[in-house]
Design a protein around this ligand. Sequence first.
Ligand code: HH2
Length: 275
Amino acid sequence: MHLQCGRFKLSLERPLIMGVINITPDSFSDGGLFADTARAVAHAQQLIGEGADILDLGGESTRPGAAPVTLDEERRRVLPVLAALADGGVPVSVDTRKPELMLEAISAGAAMVNDVTALSAPGALEALAKAPVAVCLMHMQGEPGTMQANPGYQNVVREVLDYLAGRVAAAEQAGIARDRIVVDPGFGFGKTLEHNLSLLASLREFRSLGVALLAGLSRKAMLGKLTGREPRERVHASVAAALVAVQNGAQIVRVHDVAATRDALAVWNAVKSQN
Ligand code: HH2
């Protein structure tokens, strides 16, 4: 199995690490640290050195309660960093829900679009249909501004699976081949701790969708609830969560702490190759 990611064909035989670069003043775990182009590019290069297989650039925080940013502002944050990284040896993903920015990012060399709204904005599916880039379709209940107010499901695993199955079908219908599609249950996006734990425990069921599976648990509030720690002190919990996700079928883990995750996965890979 592989993921077609622009000019990169990524093998999914071993788990891939997606390193997060938030070019924002307000992201929940690293807001402000990489808010200017030079610092964001330097951080990206550090993550490549640490073993990132994919870089994910975000110019809009989607943390609970976050305010949306304008297209111009998101463009101003993301495109210069993308320009500096697009010709490198590592595929660059752009984390956006705006079809205009998706198109501009693809023209500027992005290999993947990561959309927390699963290409549901008008024009998003069409924007992605023409270029051979990968797409990450994520589940979210509600909107970032209010999604943690009162999330509710009858059966969280069933409902998230059904939603993602629908989005995969819509993407395929728009002309996006399965080997370009990634799904993600969207940990923390309109979900309580119990919902997140149910999804993590049942993650393998999402492999039934027949496309690549990504999990983003890094430094999230659920880990704060379990450990009592602040976002930047959640490295150990994040590595444990990434390992559980991989054990339960995730093929890509989206993380802030690439070096620590890479070491943990080296152990996992070594044991796995014995079987
Ligand atoms: N989580 C965040 C942002 N984008 N994309 C996918 N596919 N999956 C995720 O779990 C996911 C995501 C939130 O994390 P972060 O980017 O660190 O924070 P913020 O949204 O505050 O910038």
